[in-house]
Design a binder for this molecule. Structure first.
Ligand SMILES: [Zn+2]
Ligand SMILES: [Zn+2]
Length: 141
């Protein structure tokens, strides 16, 4: 098996590594249940309880290695690795399909804050677009 480098500052137990690995391979944010299912699917893994996954995620998140968010209109929290870069999504209101944006709209833009907030230091942002995908749009016609 290929040797994987893990970020410093955290004790990498076998279980934490497993969860980290799943998130590393994921192409979109995953919920704890989805992570659980992927662990179950990969051969040779010991059984995990979903509550264990939440505990593992909390430990990794504490080290700022994860970004936790929720999709619009859904209570489920999803997790992705903090890779330093990020992806925004357009969400279909019909089928809940998520389409990644090709680039961050803020990449080349400096948001204007009121003069009175001149010292405000922006450290991040969230953005979610929503609408209807091609298939759902056709169904609406
Ligand atoms: Zn749709
Ligand atoms: Zn962005």
């Amino acid at each position: 098996m290929e040797k994987q480098e893990y970020p410093a500052g955290i004790k990498w137990t076998r279980q934490r590594k497993d969860v980290y690995q799943i998130l590393l391979e994921a192409t979109e944010p995953l919920s704890a249940v989805q992570i659980y299912q992927r662990l179950e699917d990969s051969a040779g893994q010991p059984g995990y309880a979903v509550s264990t996954i939440y505990r593992l995620l909390a430990a990794v998140e504490e080290k700022n290695l994860l970004i936790k968010s929720s999709w619009m209109g859904e209570d489920t929290l999803v997790y992705e690795l903090n890779r330093g870069e990020h992806t925004h999504y357009a969400v279909c209101l019909g089928c809940h399909k998520r389409v990644p944006l090709q680039q961050c709209p803020f990449a080349h833009m400096h948001p204007q804050l009121p003069q009175t907030q001149g010292d405000f230091e922006i450290t991040g942002h969230k953005l979610e677009l929503y609408g209807y995908c091609k298939e759902c749009k056709e169904k609406l016609l």
